[in-house]
Design a protein around this ligand. Structure first.
Ligand code: NAD
Length: 356
């Protein structure tokens, strides 16, 4: 929770949100509401059928489709998509998918100023943010800007019913990580802290049921609602050690996004909890009294991966990862040096339960 005497700033939440079940049917009305007539529909090859169905449902509002979105927004894919956007005379994008598809829509918006209607199908949380991560020749860079933030976000619980089990749990923990880091962010505020705590709680309540019943609509609704709240937090504050480490492991070692977040979270949150006991008290309360250990137990019970070594990171990579992660200074509530990070990474690599 923000220290009220230190003061805070809050400028509201700029994106329009439509949440519910069956809300995909409102996509056309939302395009028209923004004053547009020619949408480029985006998704990945794996979701091409859903993208094509959406394009058909939009009817005359569809100017074209582009189903080649890829992880970490490679600039060459963006160039192809931009060429298509211009060739079909599109005036907005409709992005249906996870963070990869949403990233492509943001990149098109950055270059063209196009409005975005975004329909997330994972819990990763890119949709409510003004952040774009792009890769060029293997190097990932991140930027923020108002033109990157989507104008309209449609959350449709029904689109998440088929999210594979592994992706469900890692993606939900990815969302929790945004809210945890938001609770101790120097630019946070009480409204965002409230949203973050509510987001974590909704995911804590909904996720366990999905292990045995992945199409439980009430549980899916809880987790998607939580993901929205956590994404909103991510979209308004700066992140710290957790997101830095995830960025390093993804960018420099090619580790998969959601799994890496899921494995790191108990270790980074447990590490920072020692300097942020008051801010993370609601998290400790929700997870059996301990931030790191409690999150680790929750992740294990939900079926999450627990060891970085299972993602292909070798023991020899740990020194270099610790060194890269401590090269440039950045805000973190608990001071650290390379040895601290090396110890943290070792524990995450082995999958040991953090204490506390
Ligand atoms: P993703 O978008 O790469 O999706 C992974 C795979 O799952 C894809 O093949 C996708 O088509 C498929 N998929 C997605 N939803 C599905 C569903 N409901 N059913 C079946 N398959 C489905 O994964 P992600 O974790 O959502 O996103 C990761 C990317 O998003 C990374 O590049 C990350 O950097 C970025 N990201 C950005 C931000 C931001 O604010 N800029 C925030 C979070 C994540």
């Amino acid at each position: 929770m923000t220290d009220l005497l230190q003061g805070f700033e809050f400028a509201g939440i700029p994106s329009r949100v439509v949440f519910g079940a069956g809300t995909l049917a409102q996509a056309g009305a939302e395009v028209e509401r923004l004053g547009h007539k020619r949408a480029l529909v985006l998704t990945t090859p794996g979701q091409a059928d859903d993208g094509a169905a959406l394009a058909r449902a939009l009817g005359d509002l569809t100017a074209g489709t582009f189903f080649d979105a890829a992880m970490h927004t490679p600039v060459e894919v963006t160039q192809d998509a931009l060429a298509h956007f211009r060739a079909v005379g599109a005036d907005c994008v409709v992005a249906l998918g996870g963070g990869s598809t949403i990233g492509l829509g943001k990149a098109i918006a950055l270059h063209t100023g196009a409005d975005q209607v975004v329909i997330p199908t994972t819990y990763a949380g890119s949709e409510m943010t003004d952040i774009l991560g792009q890769t060029d020749k293997g190097a990932k860079t991140t930027q923020r800007g108002p033109e990157i933030r989507p104008e309209t976000v449609i959350y449709d619980v029904d689109l998440t019913l088929g999210l594979p089990a592994a992706m469900t749990v890692t993606s939900a923990l990815n969302a929790v990580a945004h809210a945890v880091e938001g609770l101790y962010a120097p630019d946070g505020n009480p409204i965002l802290s409230m949203m973050g705590v509510a987001g974590i709680r909704a995911i804590r309540d909904g996720l366990p049921a999905l292990r045995d019943a992945p199409t439980d609509r009430d549980a899916r609704a809880d987790v998607l609602y939580g993901a929205w709240l956590c994404s909103t937090v991510l979209g308004h504050v700066s992140m710290a050690l957790h997101h830095k480490l995830a960025h390093v492991l993804g960018g420099s070692f090619g580790l998969p996004h959601a799994e890496t977040h899921a494995i790191l979270l108990p270790h980074t949150a447990g590490f920072n909890a020692q300097a942020t006991a008051a801010q993370l008290a609601p998290v400790a309360e929700m997870f059996g009294g301990s931030v790191g250990g409690g999150l680790w137990d929750f992740a294990r019970d939900a079926g999450a991966p627990l060891r970085l070594q299972d993602l292909g990171l070798t023991k020899a990579d740990l020194d270099r990862a610790a060194q890269i992660a401590t090269q440039n200074p950045y805000h973190n509530p608990r001071p650290f040096d390379a040895a601290d990070i090396r110890t943290l990474l070792q524990a995450a690599w082995e999958g040991t339960r953090p204490d506390p």
